[in-house]
Design a protein around this ligand. Structure first.
Ligand code: ZN
Length: 154
């Protein structure tokens, strides 16, 4: 059972890594930032379109990197549209915790489905060097929302 799950998770990661969703710069962009993970060499740009009420209308990315960084960015851009900035912040914090801690992450009820989808990346916590790959897109999105155009993880 565990092995089956592991295989499935890898398939999702490989699928998103090979065929990233929302890849490329969209026409409407309100926030953007470049992210760089020097440990692995991943480089991505995250594009967001946030409306006046603080709801993410669209998210996209481009750049190059390992399968984990691409899959994470791809999943993120599928998950955040429709969320308000407070929900995005909570998702980021829960996801970060999921990638770095063995404890079960308590997602609040409104974000359970999203956290379920992100669970595919939780395996990185066994490989600390990969945590930066999985969280790069999220750090970059946070920087974009903060008005910072350059996010380099250390
Ligand atoms: Zn990487």
């Amino acid at each position: 059972m565990l092995d089956d799950l592991r295989e499935l998770y890898q398939e999702v990661i490989l699928d998103h890594g090979k065929n990233p969703r929302n890849y490329g710069k969209p026409e409407e962009v309100s926030h953007h930032a470049d992210g760089h993970n020097p440990l692995c060499g991943d480089r991505i740009t995250v594009y967001l379109d946030v409306d006046d009420s603080g709801v993410v209308r669209n998210a996209a990315f481009d750049g190059r990197g390992c399968a984990i960084s691409q899959a994470s960015a791809s999943l993120m851009t599928e998950i955040v549209p429709g969320k308000n900035l407070e929900q995005v912040e909570r998702l980021f914090r829960s996801f970060h915790e999921m990638c770095t801690s063995d404890a079960d992450v308590e997602a609040d009820d409104s974000l359970v489905d999203e956290m379920d989808r992100l669970q595919v990346l939780s395996g990185v916590r066994q490989y600390p060097i990969r945590v930066k790959c999985a969280t790069l897109a999220w750090h970059t999105m946070n920087a974009a929302l903060a008005g910072d155009h350059d996010a380099t993880t250390e």
